[in-house]
Ligand binder design. Structure first.
Ligand code: AMP
Length: 548
């Protein structure tokens, strides 16, 4: 079949989708809108554009060229936000280094990404100090600092950020280039093996931004964002570009607040002071905030929050709803830029009492515009969307990483059969709504049956004494694996609740048919803290090693 392609007159301009267009939009729509850093700095989008041009001039003077890789190690600062634009807009690649990894893992990612320049916050000198002699490709370091307190370092700095900006001119002609040019790269915090590099082009980031605009601003639901919102990310900027929202809010010209190092008291203070209306985070961070003594002084009834990176536990959802928070789940992953799905509550659901909305708000949700989703069996065959057939979730969309950096084998595994394999298990119902039931690696396999670790955690977290809960499979001679739960009790329940009481609580869910009898954990243990991954998720790998 021959398709009729459009004709282009020789003078027609082919408009590549570039990150610079996102910034330009803010300059037209909201030049005087504010960007705020902690309680120390605020400036307008007009000044933002000026600073981005100065940064590009400074990097050019230091020798950065298109195609180079420029890495950042910083808290969530206005500087990081400026790097989100200046570095890719020059045609260089922004590498967002995960500062929660070990020095050896960070070294691996720096060498693997072939970083040319690193912008580093003085607080992270101790991370590079032990490995500095093994850094291979980095030619220049730029110092980032908030004050003059600096740890000793053997690293040689080639300039300080603010000084470099004051020297750089404010005119920079950001070039036009192919939209498939790489804009960003970072490494997944995989639970096994070495970190894997993912990468995204300008086109992908622009389409992700437009997809978010259609999903959040076009479709009427509880997930609704406009230029009147005040945005404060509480997901680190190194974790999938803070889920892409800094680009989205810049395109629509909304006020943005960056909080530096995470401190629950400062987060709450800024939510109040700046009238923050939207944030996103992993469940652990929200749990920490809601349990801060300062929570009682903050009105959260204008706050919308997406919980992603892990399932939203019903108990946490209920706790937040009771405070008036418009809370709901979002699903995505590093490989997917990350937006894939989110719940869209219908008016009839929103009219219900808050506790009757919990179920709907915790669902994994409907695919975002331009996301295609399938459930497949172990042979790769698509399964029906009947709310029952459970298998691996595979996806297609314009913004998925097209492979892992320099790793053809794992890239092909990721894209086996032309669909990106998420490694998550779930089902889709008749309305097209996805429910993730587990990660393939975390599902508990007992006597040939599967138990969802997420469902078990969700059930046990609903006991009034439970603060945090994790379910894992532990080896068992007879059944292969048996479920076990590791629990942190709320302070006022410590010593007052025993494991039998919690088992009895889970039994109620067996009686009403929610889970089968073999889903009741054989063993429940109490602990003071649960180990977390580099992005704040419960670390089941460490727990499995600990309890196996
Ligand atoms: P990461 O690449 O670190 O962002 O982790 C992505 C993984 O987090 C996904 O593959 C899921 O296993 C998990 N995840 C993210 N969002 C959700 C969600 N809403 N419900 C359940 N699991 C989630």
């Amino acid at each position: 079949m021959t398709y009729k392609k459009i004709e282009r007159t020789p003078s027609a301009h082919y408009f590549p989708l570039l990150i610079k267009n996102i910034l330009e939009s803010s300059q037209v729509l909201a030049p005087n809108q504010e960007i705020v850093y902690r309680d120390t700095l605020r400036y307008t989008y007009k000044i933002l554009a000026d600073r981005i041009a100065r940064l590009a001039n400074a990097l050019t003077t230091l020798g950065v060229k298109p195609g180079d890789t420029v890495a950042v190690m910083d808290w969530d600062t206005n500087r990081y936000f400026e790097c989100f634009f200046a570095i890719p807009m020059m045609g260089a690649v922004l590498h967002t280094i995960n500062i929660r990894l070990s020095p050896e893992q960070i070294l691996y990612t720096i060498n693997h990404a072939k970083d040319d320049v690193i912008l580093i916050n003085a607080e992270f000198f101790p991370l590079l100090e032990p490995v500095k002699d093994q850094i291979k490709t980095v030619k220049k370091f730029i110092l980032l600092k908030d004050d003059d307190n600096m740890p000793e370092t053997g690293l040689v700095m080639d300039g300080e950020y603010e000084e470099l900006l004051s020297q750089g001119g404010s005119d920079y002609d950001f070039p036009e280039f192919d939209e498939d040019t790489m804009a960003t790269t970072f490494y997944t915090t995989g639970t096994t093996g070495l970190p894997k590099g993912v990468y995204f082009s300008h086109r992908q980031i622009v389409l992700h931004t437009l997809g978010a605009a259609a999903g959040f601003s076009g479709i009427k639901s509880q997930a609704h964002l406009t230029s009147e919102d005040v945005y404060m990310p509480i997901t680190p900027m190194f974790h999938v570009h803070a889920w892409g929202f800094p680009y989205f809010f810049t395109m629509i010209g909304a006020k943005q607040i960056y909080i530096g190092r995470y401190e629950p008291e400062l987060i709450l203070k800024l939510i109040k002071k700046e009238n923050v209306t939207f944030s996103h985070c992993v469940p652990t961070i929200l749990h920490m905030m809601l349990n801060s003594p300062d929570i009682k002084d903050v009105d959260l009834s204008n706050w919308q929050v997406i919980i992603g990176g892990a399932a939203l536990p019903k108990a946490l959802c209920k706790q937040a709803l009771d405070l008036g928070v418009n809370i709901y789940a979002g699903y995505g992953m590093s490989e997917t830029c990350p937006m894939l799905t989110g719940p869209k509550l219908k008016p009839e659901t929103l009219a219900l009492e808050p506790e009757k909305q919990v179920e709907a708000r915790c669902r994994t949700g409907l695919p975002a515009p331009l996301v295609n989703l399938r459930i497949i069996d172990s042979k790769g065959n698509p399964l029906p969307h009947d709310g029952n057939a459970t298998g691996e979730v595979v996806v297609r969309s314009p913004w998925l990483t097209q492979g892992y950096t320099d790793d053809p084998e794992r890239s092909e595994e990721l894209w086996d059969g032309g669909w990106l394999h998420t490694g998550d298990i779930g089902y889709v119902d008749y309305e097209g709504c996805l429910q993730i039931t587990d990660r393939m690696k975390d599902v508990i396999k007992t006597g040939g049956e599967w138990i969802s670790s997420l469902e078990l955690e969700d059930i046990i977290s609903q006991h009034e004494a439970v603060s945090e809960a994790v379910a894992i499979g532990v080896p068992d001679d007879k059944w292969g694996e048996r479920p076990m739960c590791i629990i942190v009790l709320k302070d006022n329940y410590k010593g007052k609740v025993d494991t039998d009481e919690l088992k009895q609580f889970v039994m109620k869910y067996v009686e009403d048919g929610t889970i089968p009898k073999y889903g009741v954990p054989d063993k429940i243990v109490f602990t003071d803290t649960i180990p977390k991954t580099s992005v704040g998720k419960m670390d089941k790998k460490v727990l499995r090693e600990q309890y196996n």
